[in-house]
Design a protein around this ligand. Structure first.
Ligand code: SF4
Length: 394
């Protein structure tokens, strides 16, 4: 199948996946660097914000489907922002604007979850719900300026246990100021008593310019835990004891319950994005083409697929991105897939890095797979830097 974008012919063999960005949050969390705005800051219009977002997303999805000749998406992920601020009617309209042959995942904040909302999500074809719990300790939620409360999170988990029959993911954050081992392990124990099949355990990222970064800089005694790495390892062990297997740097799942949409990113399979700030990346032979949508809401509402930056990514940079994403997975990179894409063996492309890391027991080549070991994965950044050195100085 071939598409024309920005004058280039894009060849692809699998249907792309679709990321849908819902750019609204009732209040911004102090650590957040994603593009989302409070409803009252949206450009004025007679339509309510969720209706307007839904209508424009449908326009963009329709335009992107035509532009890239997609009749059925591989997987769909509705993220944000807070997509659960969309009403059941918004969601029904949005989901009837596309067809998907695989998982349809959606993020939800605990405060939006009710029995009727879950029933509507299931009716719309959502197969995986991802709830942003972050912590089951109120002081920690307050430390990162996260709205909501532990009571709301528990109520949401109870409601989901009663009414939701699809897959269930939860997000937890490791490394919040004031967080101890006991707090994080209690959270994991509590979460694993619910029918959760997937946990994302993110290390708190302090993005420059966020309120959190300013508070860390200016508040005496307010700092990240000194033992963040030990905290993360204890949490990993607790998750594994609870039956969640690590399959990616920050992601754990019961066997067979990995998030299909996120695997698309780590495999660098084709995906398109809809919504302000959304990104799409399509392979073009051994190169790729990436577009990034505008963050200007007025421009996006006026013509959602026209305001974008387009970047042509060279073979070398594409190959590097495949390494960067693929080595995040416990399963690593398939030699066959790599060779199909770049007409070269990965063991040749990064021969020195493979040799040196394999000798130290930090990487293993087994059958079709090249992967970092359990001890190697936490050193991913150093490995990637070795790969970069080798690739870009050849
Ligand atoms: S709910 Fe999520 S997207 Fe919204 S501000 Fe908080 S972290 Fe950011």
């Amino acid at each position: 199948m071939a598409d024309r974008t920005a004058g280039r012919v894009l060849i692809r063999s699998t249907a792309p996946s679709l990321y849908i960005h819902v750019p609204v949050c009732t209040r911004k969390c102090d650590y957040c660097d994603f593009f989302s705005c409070a409803p009252e800051t949206f450009p004025p219009d007679s339509l309510p914000v969720p209706d307007r977002i839904t209508r424009t997303l449908i326009r963009e999805i329709t335009q992107r489907s035509t532009e890239f000749s997609v009749s059925r998406w591989n997987t769909v992920y509705i993220g944000g922002g807070t997509p659960s601020l969309l009403s059941p009617d918004n969601l029904a309209d949005l989901c009837s604007s596309f067809s998907c042959s695989g998982e349809i995942s959606m993020e939800a904040n605990p405060e939006s979850i009710t029995g009727p909302w879950l029933a509507a999500a299931a009716d719309c074809g959502i197969t995986r719900l991802s709830i942003g719990i972050q912590s089951l300790h109120d002081p920690l939620l307050r430390a990162v300026g996260r709205r909501g409360s532990v009571n709301a999170a528990r109520k949401a988990l109870d409601t989901v246990a009663d009414f939701w029959h699809g897959q269930l993911s939860v997000d937890l954050i490791c490394g919040i100021p004031g967080q101890t081992d006991t707090m994080l392990l209690d959270d994991i124990r509590e979460v694993s008593r619910y029918p959760v099949d997937h946990v994302s355990l993110y290390s708190l990222m302090v993005e420059p310019g966020t309120p959190l970064s300013r508070r860390l800089e200016h508040t005496p005694g307010f700092h990240l835990p000194d033992n963040e790495q030990d905290l993360w390892f204890s949490a990993r062990d607790a998750l594994e004891e609870a039956g969640f297997l690590q399959y990616e740097v920050s992601n754990f799942a019961k066997p067979g319950k990995e998030c299909h949409h996120n695997l698309v990113y780590w495999h660098m399979d084709p995906y398109l994005g809809a919504g302000p700030s959304a990104v799409g990346t399509m392979p073009n032979g051994d190169e790729s083409v990436r577009y990034t949508n505008t963050r200007d809401l007025t421009a996006w509402f006026s013509d959602p697929s026209q305001h974008q930056d387009i970047e042509h990514i060279s073979r070398k940079d594409t190959l590097f991105e495949v390494l960067l994403m693929g080595f995040r997975l416990n399963a690593g990179i398939s030699r066959k897939r790599f060779e199909n894409r770049f007409s070269t063996d990965i063991l040749v492309s990064i021969a020195q890095a493979v040799d040196s890391w394999e000798k130290r027991g930090l990487l293993v080549v087994e059958g079709d797979s090249v992967a970092l070991t359990r001890n190697g994965l936490p050193l991913l950044n150093r490995f990637i830097s070795d790969c970069m050195e080798e690739l870009f100085h050849q």
